[in-house]
Write a protein that binds this ligand. Sequence first.
Ligand code: ADP
Ligand code: ZN
Length: 749
Amino acid sequence: MPRYARVMVDDTGGNAFDYEIPPEVAGSLQIGSRVWVPVRTRAMLGTIIGFADGTDAEGVKTIHSVASAEPVLTPLLLRLGEWMASYYCCPLEVALRGILPQVIRKGEVGHKTRLFVRLIREVPAEELDALTNKAPLQAGVVEYLQTAGKPVPASELAEKCDAGHSVVQALVKKGIAVAESTKVERDPFEDEVFLHAGQLDLNEEQRVVFERVRAAIDATIPAPGTAASAAGPLPILLHGVTGSGKTEIYLQAIQLVLERGRTAIMLVPEISLTPQTVERFKSRFAALQQDVAVLHSHLSDGERHDEWHKVRRGDARIVIGARSAIFAPVRDLGLIVVDEEHENTYKQEEAPRYHGRDVAVVRAQMEKCAIVLGSATPSLESYHNATTGKYELLNLTKRVDDKKLPLIRIVDMRTDPRKKGSFLSEKLITAIEQRLTRKEQSILFLNRRGFSTSLICEKCGYVCECENCSVSLTFHRAVARVICHICGYQAVAPARCPKCGDVSIRHSGTGTEKVEDLVARIFPQAIVRRMDADAMQRKGAFRETLGAFRAGKIDILIGTQMIAKGLHFPNVTLVGIINADLGLHLPDFRAGERTFQLLTQVAGRAGRGDVDGEVFVQSFTPFSPSIQFARHHDFEGYWEQEIEFRKQWDYPPFSHLILIGIRSPHQARAQFSAETLSRRLAEELPAGANLGEPAPAPLEKSHGQFRFQIMLRSRSVMKLSRHVRAVLDKLTFPEDVIVTIDVDAYQLL
Ligand code: ADP
Ligand code: ZN
């Protein structure tokens, strides 16, 4: 056994130190073990990332104690962490923070145990009679345990037999029963029953796709007598229109992988991790007696702990989860699926700022396993990789059972005749009316919550703005407050202008709350519900509303992006998009791409049953390409014009982009730091890299901080990352200046 362990200490910003291994624990430690080590005067937790027989370090200390000898990291996950650190330009410790769930790192939550009581010998009838006379409660417990025929939780005995601790103890003393604490799983789906569901017969198009996926899976598992290919199969990009049966293919591919003795990870955007998706997976694999681990952000620490261990032990061989599920500690990975691969929610917006899809591709490469990226609207990056031969492209062009894609009608809001100030066109109102008479359901989409998006004084022009951010406050009528959607600042909504005291405050801009209000007034007979972050605050509200909608108890559902994706309701025949222009004019080169994706996804909610769907898209710029191509379901047309634009300006996918953010409560310090940094970066910029001017961010102020940014672009990201790291390591900034590095940034505002 080597004498020294290299330990990456938590929360030190990335320092690894060598420690001597105490002989008594030497045999049990592995890479990935967690240990307590002395750092200055404190004991801290860290992860073993290597071993050595010698060390150059001076004053080497000894490991205090072992927190968990069982490794929390596999060597492969450690390698993935190293890749992340160099690609995303962050310390390894920060990368590992992304890989290990907090609850596992801290090690404060353990397995849940419960006290069970069981009989350890027969109790003959005479003895029981005697007991009944002397101690009826004890006798009651014996009878209860006899009937149960298995260990019973002490809490159940307390409830059913009125038998508290002393009663059980008496039986233990008599040598009749024992009380033992037993490990139990916290199961987030404890109360649910999943009906077994078998697989569907694939249609022609699906079969062709499935054969290619099967070939990729086969390539990872060598036929007897041959060697596995050294590189692993090409990643597959599955471009399939909404409702074309992509999920069915994922399910069958995962089943195939399980049959081959391997495991699978399926990533879905947090937002699509709806009860519907989970149910579909649980039901399918329940039929095969396979447990599915579900990892998402709403689990309690205890639940997350148990799901993670279930995966690590190999008791669950299928993991479905949001982006961080890509770090699930499964072994023998055979397949990774990334559903809705274009979704921005795969990008983590705090350090480590990784992209779940891109990490998935790298992990697949390291594991030499198959990977399928699926979407109805692939990202430009992935589609570009498919056209250049880095990925294999597969297509599903038709909806299952030849259901038609919905008919999309664009409503030109500049010329549409409607009541003054109304944001609902006559055409859309008529369409909703028709659905109500036909007892069909409608969805109205607006990606902005609240009632009105700003309060303006008609007299003096004053606008209610956030004290901490450079945005106007949104009025929420339900709570009669104005709220900042950036930092959460709130105040009582003013009845008069705070500046001039006039009462003519005008509400401008529309949010979902106002849509709900107007729709309820136009259609008093309809049952209208709103689904957005405000309406869904109560735990379980999301589920309940979806359940009610599915059961047909809601006629019109109004919502934000929460309802845009992944939902499948056969009775929805109408989708209205209230304002397609929102987001189209943001200062972000992806604005067009996002609008195209969003329109296509939202439209995809219509017509998934027997009746054809219809979509109304309201817009003030009806001829913008994103809207026109979405209208014709023309991904290729859209792709061709968009890729041309990216090429012309050398934006991704033709370059990688690193966005450096510099912020401080003091504007001058932020600006000065940005300028200094920019100068240093320019001094030894690697060839082929492009450095933008330091400039105020489009959102100039947020959470009381002034924000500046520097944009770097280059074909090779690793070289650029190294350069940025090297420059930053040599610079010191004033204490209140925070510098962030975002590689392949998505959030440009
Ligand atoms: P996507 O993931 O592309 O949106 P889904 O896999 O959710 O599509 O399929 C849409 C609907 O069609 C689902 O209700 C699904 O059960 C059904 N479906 C998928 N494949 C088949 C098939 N081969 N035969 C019958 N129904 C299918
Ligand atoms: Zn604010």
